[in-house]
Ligand binder design. Sequence first.
Ligand code: P6P
Length: 336
Amino acid sequence: MPDSGPKQAPRGVVTDNLVSLQSFILEEEARYPGATGEFSWIISAVSLAAKIIAHKVRHVRLQEVLGEQGDVNVQGEEQLRMDVIANEVIMRVLGGRSSIAVLGSEEDEEPTILRRGRDGGKYCVLFDPLDGSSNLDTAVGVGTIFTILRNDPSIPGAVETVCQPGSKQVAAGYVLYGSSTIFVITTGRGVHMFELDASIGSFMLVKRDMRMPARKKVYSVNEANADGFPEPFRRYLSWAHANGYSSRYIGSMVADVHRTLVNGGVFLYPPTAKHPHGKLRLLYEANPMSFLVEQAGGTSVTADGRRTMDIVPRELHERVPLVMGSRDEVAAVLNA
Ligand code: P6P
């Protein structure tokens, strides 16, 4: 009798197993015999920070942490109390992980050196602690974006160490504090989505190997800036209007990119009059999102069509114009 294909599990054996983020990362780690568990510890720390931030985000009014901090951050933006709180949570949780050499945050002008390579600092972690936080007062989804790079002990300066092209990322992901708390991550082997089950305090796997549709007639851009877009982007918008596209824009990158990752479409932040080099930051916004988008079958380029993850950063807070999303939709922007 020829093999009838995959063996059916014996009766009574559950096959759609419950997998937590913790067990998923350990499962991934087991694929690498030489793995020391240090990388898994970092993901575990990001997960812990995300749970703490999620709780605070969901009670900003009751805990009276809405509103401005009264300072301006390195970006020249009004710092919100929750920006500072989220930043401190991540710094305090990740700071305790012995395998981290450097931490870089959107909120801090300079990176923080925790330990040298010779003292065990194998990785660098960059993050935007609370992206889109200006939306908190209207209870719109906000997020945390992170990326993990290898530390190169031969490079003396912290900034030079973290200024690596996106293609060097070891892992990247985001947490969306939306109608549910979603953790999305890639370690270079596909994109996987987890949802926080607050009743047990665990992120549970809800989607392995997310794949973006190649096409979806949705574009996501702040059209109020259109007059300042370079001509090709204005041409694209006219083409999209004439070809039945819908527009979806939340103004919170994690929410806009998550929708694009799940449903397909294209997310753009072109050069504008106010931000001629784009508004989004290359190292801790564009690169991690580009890693996820590419791993899900999409593409991510800058305004001149270069692959985002090939750009060699020159500084920690470098900005870049961005076009990312479904493969054919990005091509439609570039060919407009
Ligand atoms: P605009 C939030 O401030 C942010 O950095 C991203 O989350 C978002 O995609 C973008 O800026 C929105 O910018 O100019 O459209 O308000």
